[in-house]
Write a protein that binds this ligand. Structure first.
Ligand code: BGN
Length: 259
């Protein structure tokens, strides 16, 4: 039967899965930071993104359902200490209430990908590090076990490591804790090759409220003993608001304060 008869937009009829290797990708992208585009302009350039920030290919069935989670602070409300890992736990918990995602992308707010072959797709067996070559580290890893910036993890892998630690307040260490969790739960980290995992950081000075976490070395030396108790199974927060905008969903939460 020809389904196009029933649909208003015959172009939007889907019969097949999208190709694994998309023909519309180009590889290297040139990122220039000048005046940031307005949200209206971004909206106009992305006409098929629907309210709340959802998108699926129009001509084929997407192979993967991916959620991108971006922790951020101090843009709308509040001036407490930042806690990247706890905010990611909350983002994951809220995202999983919405859909049966195949993949969660945990994304720093200040990184822009410079190569679209770096697919926002998960590996079946290993949490994957996508930001392998950041400009601030001269397009290299700062050290071999680095797991910061942008990563791709399936909901199963995420729950297997009990999510991320809730106890890292301020800057540093939480990404190393996560890398340790991956190893302790019997997995390893896969990684985008350096030639493709390139990211450009938006230059900024250290945010007030994201001071260096002086307890991070001590916390890291205890991860082996604490990871089963500190994570998704001990996550406590209060929801303040949930706002669907044309391009994204913004969730505001109270995460409390450092002890
Ligand atoms: C490391 C930080 C990471 C940070 C990277 C890159 C620590 C733990 C003490 C050994 N780790 O040094 O959190 O992402 O630098 O800036 O500070």
């Amino acid at each position: 039967t020809n389904l196009s008869f029933f649909t208003p937009d015959p172009e939007a009829v889907k019969t097949q899965y999208c190709p694994v290797k998309s023909p519309i990708l180009v590889g290297p992208l040139t990122i220039v930071y000048s005046k940031p585009p307005s949200l209206k302009k971004i909206q106009m350039k992305n006409p098929y993104v629907t309210h709340g920030g959802y998108f699926s290919p129009r001509h084929c069935f997407g192979r993967y359902r991916t959620a991108v989670i971006i922790p951020h602070r101090n843009r709308e409300a509040g001036n407490g200490t930042f806690n990247r890992a706890k905010l990611l736990n909350i983002g994951v918990r809220e995202a999983l209430r919405l859909d049966n995602w195949d993949c969660l992308i945990l994304h720093d707010v200040d990184l822009v990908p410079e190569n679209d072959y770096n697919l926002y797709v998960c590996d079946e067996y290993s949490p994957k590090h996508l930001a392998s070559a950041m400009d601030k580290f001269h397009y290299n890893l700062p050290y071999w076990t680095y797991f910061g910036g942008v990563s791709a993890i399936t909901p199963d892998q995420y729950m297997r490591i009990n999510g991320f630690p809730n106890s890292y307040w301020g800057w540093g260490g939480e990404d190393d804790d996560i890398a340790i969790r991956v190893r302790l739960s019997g997995m390893s980290i896969s990684r985008t090759p350096l030639s493709v995992g390139r990211y450009k950081m938006v230059m900024h000075s250290r945010d007030i409220g994201n001071e260096e976490n002086l307890k991070r070395h001590n916390l890291l030396s205890n991860t082996r003993r604490t990871w089963r108790e500190d994570g998704m199974n001990s996550l406590v927060f209060s929801m303040l608001s949930r706002e669907e905008t044309p391009l994204y969903t913004n969730i505001t939460v109270d995460i409390g304060n450092p002890p």
